[in-house]
Design a protein around this ligand. Structure first.
Ligand SMILES: [Zn+2]
Ligand SMILES: [Zn+2]
Length: 458
């Protein structure tokens, strides 16, 4: 089979993999690069301009995996777009939200490429979307019949436990199989249960390496980390601090809300409004609606009923009172400009009566990353709109990752027993760690790190 890595960058970037297997062509993921702007953020679709795709399969609805889907479809307008049933409920919201964000960025930051696609285009392509249950084999290549008598490759979605709808993709041909992990989590989160990849074996493995550069302390466990967060929330509220928890709208927001609901149920938290963002509310509603189709804990927990969720109105974050212990679970984990998380952090950072708890990844080159790195009392550059800040507020970090830890990932490689492993979705040091470890532990497995746009024949 022929595989091309279309990610324009060597870091996590924009996920997009072209696969040609037994005469059929599939694109796995159609992401957008979160740190690049305009057309620079797109996968290298020009390389597959002439490759009439049979199908596009989406692993999950985070922007780095689905954010350029309408553009990919311009190259292959006939392609079917396949995803898990749960992603099917999310994908249009995600893409319409992207249009809104891009329009705002065009106005406020003057990025003239934006929007890269329109609301109308999202509506026009949506009839091509199809959702499937996990662990069902789909004949993705049979849409276009080739030579009679030949069985065409199939596709199966495996629950990846990373965010609602997330999936690993199994592509089975007559001779060979390929498994793409997407983003995967091998431990239970507060809501979502861990990935169900137990029976996955394949000839070729494309695997994420997000956590390859992080060794966990021996004493680390998710339970102790959650207990530490609960204590920190209780203490901050006792001291009448307000708490900002910057999160991503899909996944982390609902995990944190579930934790707050549990604290409320166990009397650790008094009933009070929980301020959230508009997109976070939409995804929370879908988590609630799909709770019984999801492989999760607390299937009867309905976040909107359990909590008094209040959506922050436009501009409210700039003027509302911050005294008396308010809780903000606000989307825009990186605190990018023109978000409520940015505006709240701007007001809270210099005030020792406030607390900011980081519970997810922040890129070091973003306002959130710079605030997180600043020492107490240090003056630092926050953002171009916000300028310099002196950090006086309480800041804490909690490791509540929704990605597999590197030891679990390495064990998984042993289970899959691929002939070839392709490393992706990680920084250079992360990929190199896996390359060395796989080489040492499983010397028969060939490890590749395909460069942007580089085709590999495996
Ligand atoms: Zn993800
Ligand atoms: Zn990702």
């Amino acid at each position: 089979m022929r595989i091309v890595n279309l990610n324009p960058d060597t870091d996590i970037g924009a996920s997009a993999w072209f696969v040609e297997m037994e005469g059929h062509r599939l694109l796995m993921d159609a992401g957008i690069h979160p740190k690049r702007e305009g057309r620079e953020s797109l996968p290298m679709y020009d390389l597959i301009r002439n490759e009439d795709l049979d199908a596009i399969a989406i692993s999950h609805c985070h922007h780095d995996h689905v954010g350029s889907l309408p553009i990919a479809l311009r190259y292959s307008p006939q392609a079917h777009v396949l995803m898990s049933e749960l992603s099917y409920f999310l994908v249009e919201r995600v893409l319409h939200n992207s249009v809104n964000v891009m329009k705002r960025q065009r106005e406020e930051l003057g990025i003239r490429d934006y929007p890269l696609f329109s609301h109308d285009e999202v509506d026009d392509i949506s009839p091509r979307f199809e959702g499937f249950k996990y662990n069902r084999e789909i004949e993705w290549a049979a849409f276009k019949k080739t030579r009679a008598g030949f069985l065409s490759p199939t596709l199966e979605f495996y629950d990846a436990g990373h965010a609602l709808g997330s999936a690993g993709l199994m592509v089975r041909g007559r001779r060979e199989t390929l498994f793409y992990t997407g983003d995967v989590c091998f431990h239970d989160q507060t809501i979502l249960k861990s990935a169900r990849f137990e029976d996955v074996q394949a000839d070729v493995l494309i695997m994420e390496t997000t956590r390859g550069n992080r060794d966990l302390p021996a004493a680390f466990s998710r339970e102790t980390e959650i207990a530490r967060l609960r204590r920190a929330i209780r203490r901050a509220l006792e001291e009448k601090r307000s708490i900002l928890l910057p999160t991503f709208a899909l996944g982390r927001t609902q995990e944190i809300l579930a934790l707050l609901a549990i604290m409320l149920g166990e009397g650790e938290l008094k009933s009070q409004p929980i301020f959230i963002g508009g997109l976070g509310r939409v995804f929370t509603e879908i988590y609630d609606l799909e709770s019984h189709r999801t492989h999760r804990q607390y299937p009867n927990l309905q976040l909107r009923e359990a909590l008094n969720l209040v959506v922050l109105e436009q501009g409210q974050s700039q003027k509302m009172k911050l005294t008396g212990g308010r809780i903000f679970v606000i989307t825009a984990g990186m605190m990018s400009e023109n978000t409520a998380a940015h505006d709240l952090a701007l007001r809270m950072a210099g005030d020792k009566k406030q607390a900011i708890f980081f519970v997810g990844y922040t890129d070091p080159d973003t306002p959130g990353g710079r605030l997180r790195a600043a020492k107490h009392g240090e003056t630092f550059h926050f953002s171009s709109l916000g300028g310099k800040l002196t950090r006086l507020c309480q800041i804490e970090d909690f490791d509540l990752t929704a990605h597999a830890n590197r030891k679990e990932m390495l064990d998984f490689v042993g289970q899959v027993e691929p002939r070839v492993a392709l490393l992706t979705h990680g920084d250079e040091d992360s990929r190199n760690w896996f390359q060395q470890q796989i080489h040492a532990r499983y010397p028969r497995i060939k490890v590749l790190q395909p460069k942007p746009g580089e085709p590999v024949e495996v």
